[in-house]
Design a protein around this ligand. Structure first.
Ligand code: TUI
Length: 309
């Protein structure tokens, strides 16, 4: 069964968590356009999360959810807020949400943890997850090791719940490929960054539009939190410091606030411009509705052509 049927939405597409970017208003825009919009709680305080949930409720009558980043120091409180606010759809990232699963299931929440390995996918299925998002290393932001091409079919073979593919999906060919790998749908982030509705700074969008295929780099591998960002002054200096053996505290100081600097101030040189490897194929800024429609229709065209061969 396709993800749109499972979730009762127009397209089999859900939005990535997009830390510091995916506000309540943006999540509502994605949901209004036929995808499942999610409020990215990664860079938020619990109060800001509540406020953004209220905004999303006001701006859309469609289904929407919340993405919880498990490394957020206030995630415990946020895990409770989603229950209190009656959130129906939840994705998690950057960790194992096992200890919250029972509470979320009792609240009737449809839980979709992001996994970067077969082992965590299996664990999540046992813990009661309704679906898993198998996210490949092509993605922007915090990533795992395996590619989407290698990870998705292995997760599909290991679990009996729907698998949503993520990482490296920005057009119909890649979405059709995800279906070929056994996915029920896809999570997309980078292609939504360059939407008219995305509240990220204009300079951030322009940097993504200008990026070529080889313009992303992974920082933080040595520190144990690999993060894919666009190559810039900040990325080069970070990797240099990392190679020179800078301690974790120093590196953390260096990255502190860097995502906000890019997202809010549009400082794409010393800020952290998180984006996936598909940045090179994104060349224009369109509405969320156009992006989702083209992605979906494009996949149908590709599959039709394949059937004719
Ligand atoms: O979480 C993401 N992407 C993100 S979070 C984020 S905010 C941030 N900023 C700076 C440093 C770190 C985070 C930006 N982008 N995607 C989901 C994702 N989850 N990718 C990889 C994983 C993952 C990796 C290992 C999930 C679980 C895991 O293992 C957990 C375990 O304990 O077994």
């Amino acid at each position: 069964m396709k993800l749109n049927e499972i979730l009762g939405i127009k397209y089999p597409l859900i939005q990535g968590g997009m830390a510091n970017i995916a506000t309540g208003e943006f999540a509502a825009a994605v949901s209004n356009a036929g995808g499942l919009g999610l409020i990215g709680a990664a860079g938020m305080t619990p109060e800001a999360l509540r406020e953004n949930i209220h905004i999303a409720k006001e701006k859309t009558g469609e289904k929407f959810g919340v993405n919880l980043m498990l490394m957020n120091p206030q995630v415990e409180e946020m895990a409770q807020i989603v229950v209190e606010e009656g959130i129906k759809y939840l994705t998690t990232g950057a960790g194992n949400p096992g200890k919250y699963m029972q509470k979320w299931k009792e609240a009737g929440i449809f839980v979709m943890p992001v996994v970067a390995s077969v082992a965590l996918a299996r664990l999540m299925e046992k813990a009661g997850a309704d679906a898993v998002i198998a996210e490949g290393t092509e993605s922007g932001g915090h990533i795992g090791e395996l590619t989407t091409m290698a990870l998705v079919p292995q997760v599909v073979d290991a679990v009996n719940i729907p698998v949503i593919a993520a990482g490296g999906i920005a057009d119909g060919r890649q979405l059709a490929a995800a279906y070929c790998l056994g996915a029920a749908g896809a999570q997309v982030g980078t292609c939504l960054l360059v939407s008219e509705e995305c509240p990220v700074h204009k300079a951030y969008k322009e940097a993504v539009v200008k990026a070529k295929d080889i313009d992303t780099i992974v920082t933080g591998r040595i520190a144990g939190t690999p993060v894919r960002i666009l190559k810039n002054k900040m990325a080069r200096e970070y990797v240099k410091k990392e190679k020179a053996g800078a301690d974790l505290m120093e590196l953390e100081q260096y990255t502190l606030g860097s995502l906000r600097r890019a997202v809010v101030q549009g400082d794409v040189q010393t800020g952290s411009v998180m984006a996936g490897q598909v940045a090179g194929q994104l060349t224009e800024i369109r509405s969320v509705a156009q992006i989702l429609e083209k992605l979906h229709n494009g996949s149908l065209e590709v599959m039709k052509k394949l059937g004719e061969d």
